[in-house]
Every structure is written in C-alpha cells, then in structure tokens.
Ligand binder design. Structure first.
Ligand code: SF4
Ligand code: SF4
Ligand code: SF4
Length: 380
C-alpha cells in the first residue's frame, strides 16, 4: 500500500533478557512522553507532506514492556490526538519477549494492540536467555507468560529463528513443537543473520549453510501444506507467498519489498533514525540522522547520505546479480541488513538468494496445484 507508512519505534533500549545472538547495543535510554510528542508530530507532519494516509507503529525495544502499561495508555492518547488533528490513521503493534507480561497489561493490549502480541522463541532454544541463566529457564517463564496471555484471550504470534540444532532436529519436529505442543497457530520463521558485534553464538548461526537451511524451509513448507494450511495454521512466510502466487491480497515480509526505504523507518528512544531496528541499534554509520535535531523529518530522510545508499541498492542489483531472475518482481534482491551483515556491503544480493528461489518455486507449484484442484472440484 503506497499510502501507508510503518515506523519501528523502540520505546526503550533496556532489556530484561540477555540473548546471545542479540544484535542490539542495549542502553538505559527510555522514551519520555514529551519526547514522543515531539517525535510523533514530526512523523505525522511528514505524512501530511507526502499524502500518506495511515501509519502502523511497531513498538519494540530492548524490551517494550519495561515501560509500564500506563505509559502506553498515555502514548496512545497523545498519538490519537495528534493523528486526528491531521486526518491520519494510526495502528499499533507490540513485539515483546513476554517475560514482564502480567494481567495488568490486558486492558492496554486489548485497546491499543487489537488484543494481539508478537513474541519470539526458537526451537530448540540455544541462545535466548536471562542474564546468567540457561535457555531452559527462559523457555519456562516464556511458556508460562504466553499461556497466561492466551488464557486472557490475547492472540500470540511467534517469530522463530532456526539454529544448527533446529536444522538437525528437522522440520517435522519443529512444526509439532509449535503447533501440537504449544498450540501456536500463527508463527513465522525468519532467516538468521549475524547483526551487531560478532560473537561465538553469531558465528554458529547457520548463515553459510544455505543448502541445509533451504532443505529445512522446504520440508517445513511440505509439513504446513499437508497438516496446517487447511486447518487455519498460519506459517510465515509460506502463507503470504501462497496467497501471492494465488493472486490473492498478501502482505509479504519486508525482505521482499520493492525497497524497504520507501515503506518503513525506525527510531530509537534517543531520536536516532535508521532503516530498521538492527541498523538503529548497531550501525551508527548508517543512521539517517536524529529526529530531535531536525526541523523537518522529510528533509532529514531526503538529505541523508546513508539513506541514499539504501535507495541505490535495487538499481545496482537489477543491473547485475538479479537481472535475469524469474522472481525479481517478487524479491527485489532481498534484505539489506542480511546482505550487509554477511558481506559488509549493501550492494550484493541477499545471501539467502538460493533459498528464496527454491522456496518461491515450491510455493508457486503448490498454488498452481491448488488452483487446478479447485477447477476439477467445480467441474465434478
Ligand atoms: S533479542 Fe530481544 S529479548 Fe533478546 S536480549 Fe535482544 S532485545 Fe532482548
Ligand atoms: S533492512 Fe531488511 S529487515 Fe530491515 S527493513 Fe529492510 S528488508 Fe526489512
Ligand atoms: S531470488 Fe536472488 S536473484 Fe532473484 S531477485 Fe532475489 S536475490 Fe535477486
């Protein structure tokens, strides 16, 4: 949607977890309501200039729940007031590790976030943990909080990042854990990338094992097509791809967007602006500027040399690596942050190119088969 804009807003850079593969440089910075007001007025004024109709704010951290529910209530009121004054619509989405969740969050989650929360868990969990503790205690607290939230009627969507142990275990077991054991019917599998300062955990991520990772994705797609697709289980990115290849409205992940620069931006509590959460927390050289130090947000974006580099990426790729690709119109060369963290340059195609091609081919075939089966059913 060209008239829509997304903002990944990091309300704090503090976190109550200590995940080994985390790409964020965590600090004690927290956004105040006053500064939120200044920030949001500038973003909304930019939307007026650009005739953008609606905005989705993805609230993240650090850990977003380290600010209290009352803070978000105030934030929602303020944003609503400023948006209405400019005739704009704002939607809110919450991403949390759920460790600090309790029933006192329920009213604000219902009112502000459509009774839905996004969270993360890997299986097996090797890297997500609390400071000085094991991944098992993280799993235990996370599991308890997620059960409580779901018992309160909150929809919980999960993002999982495969690690070596996930690939060894296989797609069948992975799917069974989320769907059959945890009862999660909406989850997304993200490809890993070694963002931020290097460490052993990041070096162990299966980034270079595209073949093995592709096998896992293909197997998971088969399991989902067989056991989940017709039973209301949503597994990203397969479900969105299936809709896309079936010519139905689909929201594909940002990694396959035309150019993520045109669709979203991220701001941290210090006002630093960058492409998305990893860039804003870990790569100061790629900051677009500071929203509190500018008079006009549109000018900041337009004149940022870092942002110009992002803008040039698709053209470079179309002229070179991706020119003859059958899926260019769908993939656009993939994700800049995955590319940069693997190759140290923006001007290469996504390191998961081969995985994407295999996956696109498989889901395209599934869409064709489903369409044919539909025709045969109707003719019978
Ligand atoms: S990955 Fe998320 S939950 Fe884990 S330490 Fe980093 S910010 Fe916190
Ligand atoms: S850099 Fe990648 S993850 Fe970040 S917004 Fe762009 S496509 Fe999305
Ligand atoms: S699948 Fe590969 S070659 Fe095709 S557009 Fe994506 S990155 Fe480029």
């Amino acid at each position: 949607m060209k008239s829509h804009f997304s903002l990944i807003l990091l309300s704090t850079l503090q976190c109550n977890a200590d995940c080994e593969y985390c790409f964020e440089n965590k600090t004690d910075d927290r956004l105040t309501i006053d500064r939120l007001g200044e920030m949001i007025r500038k973003v909304l004024d930019y939307m007026v200039e650009k005739s953008l109709v609606s905005l989705t704010i993805y609230w993240q951290g650090g850990e977003a729940m380290l600010l209290p529910p009352s803070w978000y209530e105030q934030a929602q009121e303020l944003i609503q007031r400023e948006a209405e004054a400019r005739g704009k619509q704002v939607f809110h989405s919450l991403q949390s590790n759920m460790l600090a969740y309790s029933a006192r969050w329920n009213p604000v989650i219902a009112r502000m976030f459509g009774n839905s929360v996004g969270t993360s868990l890997d299986y097996p969990n090797r890297y997500r943990k609390l400071l000085g503790q094991t991944p098992d205690s993280y799993n235990e607290i996370w599991g308890r909080r997620v059960r409580e939230a779901r018992a309160a009627g909150i929809e919980v969507q999960v993002i999982a990042v495969p690690n070596q142990a996930t690939l060894d275990l296989g797609a069948d077991r992975f799917y069974a854990h989320f769907v059959d054991e945890l009862g999660i019917t909406d989850f997304q599998v993200n490809t890993p990338f070694p963002g931020g300062e290097s460490n052993i955990a990041k070096q162990q991520l299966p980034v270079a094992e595209v073949e093995k990772l592709s096998r896992f994705y293909l197997d998971l797609a088969e399991v989902w097509l067989e056991r989940g697709h017709n039973r209301g289980v949503r597994v990203g990115p397969f479900d969105a791809l299936l809709r896309q290849f079936s010519h139905e409205p689909a929201t594909l992940p940002c990694i396959w967007g035309e150019n993520c620069v045109n669709a979203l931006v991220s701001i941290d509590p210090r006002g630093q602006v960058a492409q998305c959460d990893c860039w804003v927390t870990s790569y100061p050289d790629y900051h677009y500027g500071n929203i509190f130090e500018c008079d006009n947000f549109g000018e900041l974006l337009k004149t940022s040399p870092a942002r110009q580099q992002f803008n040039q990426r698709p053209v470079h790729l179309i002229q070179r690596d991706c020119l003859n690709c059958d899926y260019l119109a769908l993939c656009h060369g993939g994700c800049p942050v995955r590319t940069y963290t693997v190759y140290g340059s923006l001007f290469e195609k996504d390191p998961y190119c081969e995985l994407y091609k295999i996956l696109f081919g498989r889901i395209e075939r599934a869409a064709r088969n489903l369409a044919q089966a539909g025709v045969q059913r109707r003719a019978a």
